[in-house]
Ligand binder design. Structure first.
Ligand code: NDP
Length: 335
């Protein structure tokens, strides 16, 4: 049994040295517990916040202890636990090959309904985030002009497809030409562009959104938000899902915020942040809708899979740098 532990807290960019891959004892399930084996683990942008020693909606990871996040496991041994051996579960757990749990926070998942890794992506937290942001925060309606940043990522690719399935005009941006081609050619986005190679961000946002923007799904922050605010329509809604451009910057390095916030006043624009876990009803609703759409072929889904627990830190850092193409997953063991 091995674990990935937090060795030190980063200032600015994360490095592999912030983690350590250590041998750990093989745990044994006590009464009412199960021994579970990790098959997949998820690396997500919000984990950067958990590396800081700062109070937030997710507790900081503890120094010297295993990192914690979304995992898919198989019950290997049940000592009178909630689920029998052989059950597949998803929940929050340690970056470790094996751990024991009483099952709190774990739910069974069906490998026949979807590949197991999907429960960490399109049918898990990122997929739910797309649904919550569009339905619960932005009140998206048929015919809206929807724009999403980090559009090929775990959340973004689902946002765009939900909006298309609901009859919206959909535009997106991503940081790589292959990702942009995927949005247009595979996912059916009406427009997409590479924000890294466009010289004028304002012109690019305008060209991709010829009728303006009714709903902006914000994943990145930085200079993008200012360009988007310029193009927002009257009564527009901005769902602030994340601002990954800022996550690895120290306060001194952060750029000044949008200079055009005053436009929100005259155009009656609503801008609201949200945390997906605070919307359990919509999260449950998404599992039903998302699984049905997947089965009907109305959703496509792309993931990047890195193999081996020891490679989780690099997979995490690479994802923060945009090297992932689709949802970044770490495969820890064969099913
Ligand atoms: P992704 O799969 O989209 O991976 C992160 C992507 O962010 C990278 O691939 C990269 O794509 C892009 N990126 C990285 N740095 C920058 C930058 N400086 N400027 C613009 N884009 C950048 O991650 P997720 O889909 O899991 O998460 C997307 C966003 O949603 C994040 O901000 C995350 O924090 C947020 N989130 C919020 C939740 C909530 O409850 N509020 C829940 C889940 C996610 P590219 O190549 O296109 O640059």
């Amino acid at each position: 049994n091995h674990q990935i532990r937090l060795k030190s807290r980063p200032t600015g960019w994360v490095t592999p040295d912030n983690f350590e891959h250590v041998k750990a004892d093989m745990p044994s399930p006590g009464p009412g517990q199960m021994l579970v084996k990790t098959l997949y683990l998820s690396v997500d942008p919000y984990m950067r916040g958990r590396m800081n020693d700062a109070k937030s909606y997710a507790d900081p990871w503890k120094l010297g202890e295993a990192c914690v996040g979304g995992i898919v496991v198989r019950v290997e041994e049940s000592n009178g636990g909630k689920f029998p051996a052989g059950t597949y579960l998803t929940g929050m757990g340690a970056w470790a090959n094996y751990q024991v749990t009483d099952g709190t926070g774990f739910n069974p998942v069906d490998p026949k309904l979807a590949p197991l890794s999907f429960y960490l992506g399109i049918l898990g937290m990122p997929g739910m985030t797309a649904w919550v942001g569009l339905k619960g925060i932005a009140d998206m309606k048929e015919g809206d002009n929807v724009y999403v940043s980090a559009a090929s990522g775990a959340v973004g690719q689902v946002v765009g497809q939900i909006a298309k399935n609901m009859g919206c005009h959909v535009a997106g941006s991503a940081g790589d030409d292959a990702k942009v081609a995927y949005l247009k050619d595979e996912l059916g986005f009406d427009a997409a562009f590479n924000y890294k190679t466009e010289k004028n961000l304002f012109a690019a946002v305008k060209a991709a959104n010829p009728k303006g923007i009714d709903v902006y799904f914000e994943n990145v922050g930085g200079p993008m938000l200012e360009a988007v605010i310029n193009m927002m329509n009257f009564n527009g809604r901005i769902a602030l899902c994340g601002m990954i451009a800022d996550y690895n910057l120290t306060v001194d390095e952060m750029p000044a915020g949008p200079r055009n916030l005053v436009l929100l006043v005259g155009r009656s624009i609503k801008m609201q942040g949200f945390i997906v876990v605070n919307y359990p009803d919509l999260c449950r609703e998404w599992i039903g809708v998302g699984a049905k759409w997947l089965q009907e072929g109305k959703l496509k889904y792309r993931e990047s899979v890195v193999e081996g627990l020891e490679n989780a830190p690099t997979a995490f850092i690479d994802m923060l740098k945009g090297k992932n193409f689709g949802k970044q997953i770490v495969k820890v063991a064969d099913e």
